[in-house]
Design a protein around this ligand. Sequence first.
Ligand code: HEC
Ligand code: HEC
Length: 317
Amino acid sequence: MSNAWSIYIIVLAVGNILAMVWLLVITNRDNGVEESETTGHKWDGIEELNNPLPRWWLGLFIITIIFAGIYLYLYPGLGSYKGSLDWSQMSEYRQARDANAETQAEFFAEFVDYDIAALSRSEKAMATGERLFANNCTTCHGSGGRGAKGFPNLTDNDWLYGNAPETILASIQNGRAGVMPNLNLNSATVAVLARYVQHLSGEEGISDHVIESGPKRFAICAACHGADGKGNQTIGAPNLTDDIWLHGGRVSDIENILRHGIQGNMPSFSSALNSNEIRLLAAYVISLSSSNNTDLSTTADGSDNPANGSNTTAEGE
Ligand code: HEC
Ligand code: HEC
């Protein structure tokens, strides 16, 4: 704060207090008026009495003035004078932050020897993971991590990028940006492919025309989604055969994506959270989906092996 501002504020603050004192003094001066005499003001027959201030009110007034004096002595308020306690919002914040870092360090010290999978099985760690998730992730992934249109469900064992602990850690740490480009398809191709994608996901009642001409037109898609449509976790191309839809499974939803392309954006948390917190969150994400999956080990490798069974453990979203 510049000197001029500081002086300006001091003059205003002290001036105000002096003005209050002055007001008290003149209103209490015995002005020789008899009690209940009127001031002479009159409105529609109502007269204003000139009584002295009530005692209790006067008392409060004096207390506020004394309070202001003490407050301005102890705390910052008079321009750049810091107050005798040397209190500031920043020092308060630093104290709270240091205290928090200490409790956090204590908490994580208990888990130094845990890997992410072990963390995900610790009830105590997961209780904290749940709070971290609620504060940072539910805005997009929904409470409980069940996702929403455009935001993947993290509980369903269906993964864009895979659920190996390091992969989930990387998703949170570095963020993700899955891009499906606009492929400039003509409308006949869009119409056929939208139905063909539904056919891949197991929908019934698709016309023979679509089933026959689909595979040829799908060649351009295979580069990312794979010839069988099962997706590619290295680029986050979803599995199109599992009837789990990130962007909606209606013909109109799919046509929309084919016409305009689409991009998913998962922000990086490497600067907002420290590495302990990110590890804890990776473990929490694993705990969310492992309650739906009795044998985590079969999918811990990212499970792009269709031989390991049901399509809920296959890759892609
Ligand atoms: C601003 C919205 C947003 C926030 C906040 C967010 N995410 Fe995401 N997340 C996304 C989107 C969108 C995707 C899909 C990215 C894509 O399509 O490529 C995603 C993907 C992921 C994936 C990969 C899922 C898969 O199927 O492979 C994980 C894991 C994940 N998020 C965890 C988290 C965690 C943990 C947090 C909190 C620390 C979080 N996200 C916060 C939007 C968000
Ligand atoms: C360059 C790679 C690439 C190509 C080529 C590509 N896609 Fe995609 N596709 C993606 C990615 C990545 C996503 C996920 C976008 C996101 O993260 O939100 C996606 C998403 C989709 C979705 C949404 C799936 C869901 O779960 O909601 C559909 C449907 C789809 N693609 C169909 C197609 C079809 C049909 C073609 C061929 C015409 C095609 N894609 C070509 C990369 C590609």
